[in-house]
Write a protein of this length. Structure first.
Length: 389
């Protein structure tokens, strides 16, 4: 049964027409763990994400259901009542937070909605399902009430919603790429200034292959906080030692950093070195994409993973097994972990004629080495959240 038919089965008929929307997930091609050090990131949206069928109601109630969480049934809240996060709203707290955040910005909603969501992003894989549903909800409301908010503004408000309403201390990258993405482009984004460029990214005969380790990522939060503190410590020391103190770690280049590297302890040096060189790798990878040099781009991906493995120490055995396998395949140009690390996903650039062989070879090798089953997805670059015709 298609989504529109399922929507009518759940909510019945109405004199108001229902509309369909889609919001992508994302992968970060390169530029990992440097958003909080003043660096640039290079994410792209993918053609997996969150779908919604929505229909205006004649009252102020909002009814929501997800086909991914059917057991929770229909979740309901009233736009006339204070909107607060509630455990019983479960996944619904994410779209509900968008209603609240836009209202706090002065948006006036004259009616409620019936909403049906369905996503094809794997849960817990780090492909940004929360940002996908947040931006999706914001775009629906922006359209329905002619709020005339820019995509950039919607992204900022969606991040605020997740930070404040949902209590998740996420950065801006996920919401931003989901909001502004263009098909066949990656986005070079300065997470501090929100200055960005659309980078043409013709992949030719190659495909973005996402490999989910299916390893539970129990260390992400604590280690993320530790890495952030270590980068802040490096910056504090360098500001004291350098005649022209940098505003952020990634304001330095590998060349300007090197004379002061010995001022840092070995651990702090490794963290700072990753941040500074990863920012450089991101710039070089952007140039490679703009020049259509996918071979060079793939090499920068491998170098990024090496730094994340040995200098930032956020990889894990499961991710390293996947990347090492990729290095041995002549039809793979590059691979790296993507996201927070300690599990989650790796990405690879694989020739389209060999994606089946890639999966057939990797899955049994990975299972034998780890006892886990790798899920593999072939993705295309997508445009941002939008209404479907």
């Amino acid at each position: 049964m298609n989504r529109m038919a399922k929507f009518k089965e759940i909510y019945g008929d109405s004199d108001v027409a229902a509309q369909s929307y889609f919001s992508p997930g994302r992968v970060n091609l390169i530029g990992e763990h440097i958003d909080y050090s003043g660096g640039n990131v290079l994410p792209c949206a993918i053609d997996m994400g969150t779908y919604a069928v929505v229909r205006a109601r004649h009252d102020m109630n909002v009814r929501m259901m997800s086909l991914n969480f059917e057991k929770t049934g229909i979740l309901t809240f009233d736009l006339r009542q204070p909107i607060l996060p509630m455990p019983e709203m479960d996944w619904g707290n994410y779209p509900m937070g968008i209603f609240k955040t836009l209202m706090d910005e002065g948006a006036v909603f004259s009616h409620g909605f019936d909403m049906l969501f369905e996503g094809d992003l794997p849960n817990g894989a780090g492909l940004s399902s929360s940002a996908s549903i947040e931006v999706l909800t914001a775009v629906i409301l922006n359209d329905a009430f002619a709020l005339n908010m820019s995509r950039e503004r919607l992204a900022v408000l969606c991040q605020r919603s997740e930070n404040v309403f949902n209590g998740v201390n996420c950065g801006i990258m996920d919401q931003f790429i989901v909001a502004v993405a263009k098909a066949d482009h990656a986005v070079r984004l300065d997470c501090d200034t929100l200055q960005y460029d659309q980078i043409p990214s013709a992949l030719g005969d190659y495909r973005i292959v996402i490999i989910n380790t299916n390893k539970k990522r129990g260390l992400v939060d604590s280690e993320y906080n530790a890495r952030r503190r270590e980068c802040e410590a490096a910056l504090t020391i360098l500001k004291q030692e350098m005649p022209k103190p940098p505003a952020a770690l990634c304001a330095l280049t590998p060349k300007t950093f090197l004379p002061y590297a010995m001022k840092l302890s070995p651990t702090i040096y490794r963290r700072a070195s990753h941040a500074i060189t990863e920012n450089y790798r991101t710039e070089m990878a952007c140039q490679a994409l703009e020049n259509g040099d996918l071979t060079a781009f793939g090499e920068w991906m491998y170098r990024s993973h090496d730094s994340l493995q040995y200098y930032y120490e956020v990889s894990c055995r499961e991710l390293d097994i996947i990347v090492d396998f990729c290095r041995e395949q002549p039809y793979v140009l590059g691979a790296r972990m993507t996201g927070g690390g300690f599990g989650g996903c790796a990405i690879a650039l694989v020739h389209e004629q060999h994606t089946a062989a890639f999966e057939a070879a990797l899955k049994p090798l990975y299972a034998a080495a780890t006892g886990l089953n790798a899920d593999i997805y072939i993705a295309k670059m997508s445009s941002g959240a939008r209404r479907l015709v």
